[in-house]
Design a protein around this ligand. Structure first.
Ligand SMILES: Nc1ncnc2c1ncn2[C@@H]1O[C@H](COP(=O)(O)OP(=O)(O)OP(=O)(O)O)[C@@H](O)[C@H]1O
Ligand SMILES: O=C(O)[C@H](O)COP(=O)(O)O
Length: 394
């Protein structure tokens, strides 16, 4: 069921509570990556141009219901002002008299950012009273926080029970791109799943096996699959209790006619560090005291060929320990293959894969980089996102 968007309602002169995901990395009181702020600009600009009083709300970090000075949204206000090229007011509370007084001062088109909604214990508990207090500030609710849509919190879900509730442009775009990919994919359709643990990707692998033509496995989670195939993996990451599950995925892939790609060679190290000794070995030759920290060159070539012959690729999770240069080669080549594949629609599923693409300066070569880590993962698992379910149907 598609949801109403800001285009479907009249916001002129109205107070609009707009939930955004400004959970951005910060260092020494400065925003170090403003991707998520820039991604929300179209909605904020549109609301402002339409003459709404724009009341923005976001979480930042995980302050656990307490005021944490370093997690105030003041630096975000500054960055947002620069990007909008207009003054953005800031309220030091997210509801109540102080917030109301700030809102009173707004003219049509003005923008205000409320304080971090996670400073209040009721936010993550989805406390109905807090949701009501947020709703009292506004006439309309807009949810543009795709990155937090998998959370049923007071500012992402509870508030929608009290106000007309619609999606913003970023939310709409994310749901559109990911939704179309999963329901009506161009083929061949390939999923690349990496990252640390099988445990975190069970749902997504299971769901994607129903839909894709090719499934590429990399990263730390690959070695539980490699072990399941009967190879020795030395000290590589292993989830012993997930070997049977890995086997069941291998079987499911066969049954569904999905081509499953696993590493045929790897970069092994004698230590998990940047000073480790390393060598490239075939998958059946991992030394007992070494661990595989990246996919090897033959594997990279195979994965790149599959990527380039696909029409649609979804990528979630790095191929190796990309934070350390020595083990970043596999992740980098996968990113480069995606960047070079002109006929391939590439969707980067947020989180570490998005960080990797940024690190290699390939972000502008991707078709869509999701602003949601956990949210895009849950979407790919086929789960309903509470922040979306709560919005009004068209
Ligand atoms: N072979 C490996 N051995 C150990 N760790 C690995 C290996 N390959 C990748 N990793 C680590 O996995 C981590 C990423 O795993 P994670 O499952 O969190 O990925 P993700 O799904 O992209 O992240 P997010 O949850 O933010 O979307 C990285 O820090 C990386 O160093
Ligand atoms: O960074 C994210 O994935 C979102 O902002 C959600 O944050 P959370 O995992 O702390 O709820």
């Amino acid at each position: 069921m598609s949801k109403k968007s800001i285009k479907d309602i009249d916001v002129k002169g109205k107070r609009v509570f707009c939930r955004v995901d400004f959970n951005v990395p910060m260092e020494n009181g400065n925003v170090t990556d403003d991707t998520r702020i820039r991604a929300a600009l179209p909605t904020i600009q549109y609301l402002s141009e339409q003459g709404a009083k724009v009341i923005l709300a976001s979480h930042l970090g995980r302050p656990k219901g307490q005021v944490v000075e370093e997690l105030r949204l003041t630096p975000v206000t500054k960055r947002l002002s620069e990007l909008l090229n207009k003054n953005v007011a800031k309220s030091n509370e997210a509801y109540g008299d102080i917030a109301k007084a700030e809102i009173e001062k707004l003219d049509n088109g003005d923008v205000l950012l409320l304080e971090n909604v996670r400073f209040y214990p009721g936010e993550e508990k989805n406390d109905p009273e807090l949701a009501k207090s947020f709703a009292e500030l506004a006439d309309v609710y807009v949810n543009d926080a795709f990155g937090a849509a998998h959370r049923a919190h007071a500012s992402t879900e509870g508030i929608a029970k009290h106000l007309p509730s619609v999606s913003g442009f970023l939310m709409e775009k994310e749901l559109d791109v990911l939704g179309k990919a999963l329901s009506d994919p161009e083929r061949p359709f390939t999923a690349i799943i990496g990252g640390a643990k099988v445990k975190d990707k069970i749902g997504v692998i299971d769901n994607l096996l129903e839909k894709v033509d090719n499934l590429i496995i990399g990263g730390g989670l690959a070695y539980t699959f490699v072990k399941a195939k009967g190879y020795e993996i030395g000290k590589s990451l292993l989830e012993e209790d997930k070997i049977d599950l890995a086997n069941s995925f291998i079987k499911k892939a066969e049954e569904k006619g999905v081509k499953l790609y696993m590493p045929v060679d790897v970069v092994v190290a004698d230590d998990f560090s940047k000073d480790a000794n390393t060598k490239e070995v075939a998958i059946d030759s991992i030394p007992v005291d070494w661990e595989a920290l990246d996919i090897g060159p033959k594997t990279r070539d195979i994965y790149a060929d599959v990527i380039k012959s696909s029409k649609l690729v979804i990528w979630n999770g790095p191929m190796g320990v990309f934070e350390i240069d020595k083990f970043a080669g596999g992740t980098k080549e996968v990113a480069e293959a995606l960047g070079e594949a002109d006929d391939t629609y590439s969707i980067i599923g947020g989180g570490d894969s998005a960080a990797a693409v940024e690190k290699f300066d390939l972000a502008d070569k991707m078709s869509h980089i999701s602003t949601g880590g956990g949210a895009s993962l849950e979407f790919m698992e086929g789960k309903q996102l509470p922040g979306v379910v709560a919005l009004n149907d068209k």
